[in-house]
Design a binder for this molecule. Sequence first.
Ligand SMILES: [Cu+2]
Length: 161
Amino acid sequence: MIAKAIFAALMLLPIAAPVAAHEYTVGSLVIDHPWARATPPGARVAGGYLAITNTGQEADRLIGGTAPDAQAVEVHESSLSADGIARMRPLAEGLLIPPGETVTLQPGGVHLMIIAPTKALKIGESYSAALRFESAGEVPLEFDVVSIGGQPASEVHGSPQ
Ligand SMILES: [Cu+2]
């Protein structure tokens, strides 16, 4: 009876989840649930977030990406300066994905920066892009676009390179 109840509960999970999780695989890398924040029209950048798990034996590096509706996709790192202002800079060497580990890109930390999007990212839509890894190569994916909320007003963007 208990097993049956658990099974029934599991069957309900995908319906209960507000946004269906989605993942992508390239080589030994698994990319989980890419999401991005909606932007007002004319925004110069948009943030993209996801988790990358390296199931292989060798390290890899996320070095950037492309999007049909943007100038580029860069890997950025945010940090808080002594005066409390959030700043970000492109990671010139890319982001290391060690074997056996999961690296999470999230607001306030390492993130993807969609540079000069040519159309606004709208809530509920998906945004197409492709990520490039040093070893695994390129993987096309879709970001789920969610509401703007939580973006620090004092955030200062470094000049894109
Ligand atoms: Cu950034």
